[in-house]
Design a protein around this ligand. Structure first.
Ligand SMILES: Cc1ncc(COP(=O)(O)O)c(C=O)c1O
Length: 456
């Protein structure tokens, strides 16, 4: 085990290397840092002294300690951390991460402390297999207000992740050999989870109106499931058009098929009004809605949920009895308080404002470097159009410490669509955006960026 001062020094180094702390940025005083992190001032002084000795930071007398002007983002980032993620430190452009600096940790700590102090012995029992009722009620209220989804707490099942949600859905509803339409390109990490349940993945092309339902029916008429991200397609960012939403609901009603609506980041939309979720139009009761707090709060909370059609609650409960909710009761109840006391709303509002700015910073900085950025309505990532082999470009960017992903790596068939996927949530200043865009440009050579859109 490292000494505490070494852990702090390592954390600061990573923040500097990732660009979160830019060159010239002022560090908090050792007294403030010590108070915020619950360590002694001497420990912080020791960590700062080590960083000074190694050239990461400089002391400027009364003015305080500053990140050295000579360091640049990614300068000393160990390449292995891109894949191993041992340090929990976000890498520049890392996909799927919300802004970790914006979460109100002190408030969260107070809410959890209060819950802990007022626990009774009954809170030590196993809890409901579908999750704490208080949290399920808070989610019901949130969904009604923000997504026009009308449901009851019985229809909600709390899970530890999207993968667990998918597992519960398929173990309840699927039979081995069933087929599932999936978006191509689409979120790759869920595919092995689906395949493990012996459900066949049937790729369907995505165009500017989202998943192409006509193509899906023509290519794979035998499907029983469809999985999609209608609010904001992952990763292209398009919305499923209203006619296609109707078409899909019709298909499900006639075919007795199931629609899995992955609404992973619909909270983040910067222009226009969102279309109604499929679940809010679900007269035939064929939609299972999947939500997560990974994007709206933070991934370490490891809490998601599904909303299941009322006639199938009993079947889902029978499955959930075999795989009860694994999110600790204390976390669930803290989360319920966070939502019902209005903090969730305030946090989302704050995130939306910051994200709009961070997105603009990155978009502008990328365009200044000659990159072509495809327009998106919302979400937390951008797609840069390229014509060269995007996997090679992404590999070069990764070597430079930038966690860029290739669009073609998200495709099942063809892979003719090329682009680079970048997430902007942890870019905390215009300067940081400029430094990172320049670094990306240098890493992959600007000559390879083009002016053709990724949607072509
Ligand atoms: C498309 C998509 N769906 C769902 C999720 C949520 O997954 P989890 O709840 O496991 O964090 C993610 C996370 O990155 C995602 O990108």
């Amino acid at each position: 085990m490292d000494a505490r001062y070494q852990q702090i020094a390592r954390l600061l180094k990573s923040s500097i290397a990732s660009g979160e702390l830019a060159a010239g940025a002022r560090l908090p005083s050792s007294r403030t840092f010590a108070r915020e992190n619950g360590v002694s001032r001497a420990t912080v002084e020791h960590a700062y002294a080590e960083l000074v000795a190694q050239g990461w930071i400089e002391r400027r007398g009364q003015a305080g300690s500053f990140v050295s002007d000579t360091v640049t983002p990614g300068s000393a980032l160990p390449a292995a951390s891109l894949t191993e993620g041992t340090d929990n430190i976000p890498q520049p452009f890392q996909m799927g991460l919300p802004a970790l600096d914006l979460f109100p940790r002190a408030l969260w700590g107070r809410l959890m402390g209060r819950r802990l102090r007022t626990q009774t012995r009954f809170d030590l029992g196993p809890g409901d297999v579908a999750g704490e009722r208080l949290l399920r009620q808070a989610i019901v209220d949130y969904l009604r207000f923000s997504r026009s989804i009308d449901c009851t707490p019985e229809q909600i099942f709390i899970t530890a992740s999207y993968a667990m949600s998918m597992t519960l859905i398929l173990r309840t509803l699927a039979t081995a050999g069933d087929g599932m339409w999936v978006e191509d390109p689409g979120f790759p990490l869920i595919r092995p989870v689906i395949a493990r349940e012996q459900v066949r993945l049937l790729p369907v092309p995505v165009d500017e109106n989202g998943m192409n339902i006509d193509a899906a029916r023509a290519l794979h008429p035998q499907a029983r499931f469809v999985l999609l991200t209608p609010a904001h397609q992952s990763p292209l960012g398009v919305a499923l058009s209203l006619p296609r939403r109707r078409q899909l609901l019709d298909w499900a009603a006639h075919r007795e098929g199931w629609i899995i609506e992955d609404d992973y980041d619909s909270e983040f939309r910067y222009h226009g009004k969102p279309l109604p979720p499929l679940k809010s139009l679900d007269a035939p009761q064929r939609v299972i809605y999947a939500g997560t707090f990974s994007k709206s709060l933070f991934p370490a909370i490891r809490t998601g949920w599904i909303v299941v059609p009322a006639p199938h609650v009993a079947a889902f409960r029978r499955q959930a009895a075999m795989y009860p909710c694994t999110v600790p009761g204390l976390v669930q109840l803290t989360l319920a308080d966070f939502i019902s006391q209005g903090h969730f709303w305030r946090h989302l509002k704050n995130m939306r404002q910051h994200y709009a700015r961070r997105r603009e910073w990155l978009e502008r900085a990328l365009k200044q470097q000659g990159f072509d950025v495809a327009a998106q309505q919302g979400g937390i990532q951008l797609v840069i159009a390229v014509t060269d082999d995007d996997k090679q470009l992404a590999a070069r960017a990764n070597q430079a410490g930038l966690a860029v992903q290739a669009l073609s790596a998200w495709q099942i068939e063809g892979g003719e669509r090329r682009g680079l996927l970048v997430c902007f949530t942890n870019i905390s200043s215009a300067e940081m955006a400029e430094q990172l865009a320049e670094k990306l440009s240098k890493a992959i050579r600007p000559a390879s960026a083009t002016h053709g859109a990724a949607m072509d």
